[in-house]
Design a binder for this molecule. Sequence first.
Ligand code: GCW
Length: 716
Amino acid sequence: MYFLLILTVFMFSLNVSGQQDYKLWLRYDKIENKELLSGYSSKIKGIAALGNSKTIQLATEELQQGLSGLLGMKIEIQQNQNAQSILVFGSKSSLDEATQQKLKKEFEQINNEGYIIKTIGSKENEQIVITAKTDVGVLYGVFYFLRLIQTNKSITNINIVDSPKINIRMLNHWDNLNGTVERGYAGSSLWNWQKLPDFIDQRYIDYARANASIGINGTVLNNVNANAIILTPQYLEKVEALANTFRPYGIKVYLTARFSAPIEIGKLKTADPYDADVINWWKEKVKEIYKRIPDFGGFLVKANSEGQPGPQNYGRNHVDGANMLADALAPFGGIVMWRAFVYSEHDVDDRAKQAYSEFVPYEGKFRDNVIVQVKNGAIDFQPREPFHPMFGAMPKTPLMMEFQITQEYLGFSSHLVFLPKLFQEVLESDTYCKGKGSTVAKIIDGSLENHKISGIAGVANIGSDLNWTGHPFAQANWYGYGRLAWNPYLDSGLIAEDWLRSTFSNDKNFVEPIKQMMLNSREAVVNYMTPLGLHHIMDTGHHYGPGPWVSNLSRPEWNPVYYHKADKNGIGFDRSKSGSNATGQYASEVGKMFDDVTTCPEKELLWFHHLPWDYKLSNGQTLWNGMALKYQEGVDEVKTMASTWDKMGKYVDEQRFNEVKMLLGIQYKEARWWRDACLLYFQQFSGKELPQGVEKPTQTLEYFQSLKFPFAPGNN
Ligand code: GCW
């Protein structure tokens, strides 16, 4: 009996601690600071909801649960909207005339998804109002307000007016219909196609809630390497069920469209975008979708890229393909997101140049409801790439940013890498396309050219793992992506801090060092994988671990040797005027800077230049020594991360503390693997000893080359 009791208690606590991870950043633990707590409690004696839509109901539940947890007392729903010290929330049309008038100026400043949070009334009769033009705007305001309290911010005389700067804030799931996730490292797909539409997993609701809390308003459910079956009635019924689940959270559903679908599921002989039957097939298909899902978002398309079908199979081009789909979607308000991730095995030109060369001539030719989705980086989501030269080169065409949240090239879900730091670097990059200050952020939010649509996509790192993302800190990448999608000008340090306070603790002895650890983690991974502008030197297929020696793949640009070009004379890809002239694709201010080895930032040196091993770096080291020292620095940084974390036991529950500790252990081991394998390999060309301060490898090059990972995750 006694044993049974202990067992139950033990199992219960296991279960409870399991749920710690699951809650993401939406933890509403009681405020520890007594003074703050009484301050909040005096201002919020109850809540009053105006309106009764599903979205307002959700907002009510969220506020009630959130505030009850944070304030440690049950927060009641007030019937009397005019009571003192209550929180009133509802959309503009539900406010009384007088309050609407009071907030007139604020309403003029927000868009349809923005919100206002404001203290109104006289001192004796103070209230906090959360309002917006739409119910979803109110929900965003509610989440923002809860975050303020979660992160211990002041709510005295509150006055916040905020709107998202980008219209389409999207997650792209590379989820296959068989439940696997391409480049997914957090278990399998969340979507249980077999049980849909009748079974709505609680997970779908929790997913939507988490996304709404950071302002994400769209999701592409399936892989860009698409299967046409998703467009059959049998699957559309399932998609409809998900759309219905997500709708109250302000999230629209999108699908990828396989270009050859008219053949595969439509029994047509061709998918030629000029063929009348094909045009008609897509029109009918779109009609069928909108009948089920009236607010369907549209299609994402990967065409004529890495073997996917597309208009070029019929002698047509990207504009022909995109516009055909756009015409079918236009009557319903849907959009086409056409990916620009193209490079051809038949094109001998530098792969980094190919997307620009192919797409820039189409400037001005796409329909109004087409947005071109450009990957972060002209190669492929590397730990560091200079910004894609298409940004700034197509002013008439709205361009969408595609970031990768899942860590295909950044250590899967075993490495702690805080990606908002990387995203911020790219968003802040100045394209100079309209003179100084023409940043990538201003291009994608549409402000530079006054575009009607603007968008951003993040390839999701979410899966069926209990903690959603595999690594507890990978939750910060989902979170941070959402915050930047809402406001691409946010500082990544602020994002890290908000996330830490919401997810772990408000104690500054925890927040400060761990924030610093997160901010340093991005440079650490660059240093131990691809310092000084190296790129694409990972192992083949699964992309796990180093493989700079790989040279046997059928397409030259799939081989790491194509990218580093190491030989006895030196290392690096010459993309300057004397090389591939990729620098010529940038505005002249930027192009010149990259072109000249003396002005090219050292962090991008070997991306743009092939340099001798004894080239002198700015710190006086030779290129060989400097590179070796960078690899060592990366390893040392991981060691520091691990020892910083080791001191945090008292601020974190045991389970999460241990998980992160073990993962940092893996990261340290793999950082050394990268360093040793790459340096041993490059040493064959440099012919030089490792400089002082760089640890000696413990294995041979042959050993590293012999490692095989046929079952590494994410590679299907
Ligand atoms: O990064 C590469 C990945 C592929 C991916 C492709 C793409 C979905 O290795 O797995 O395919 O890019 O973005 O289309």
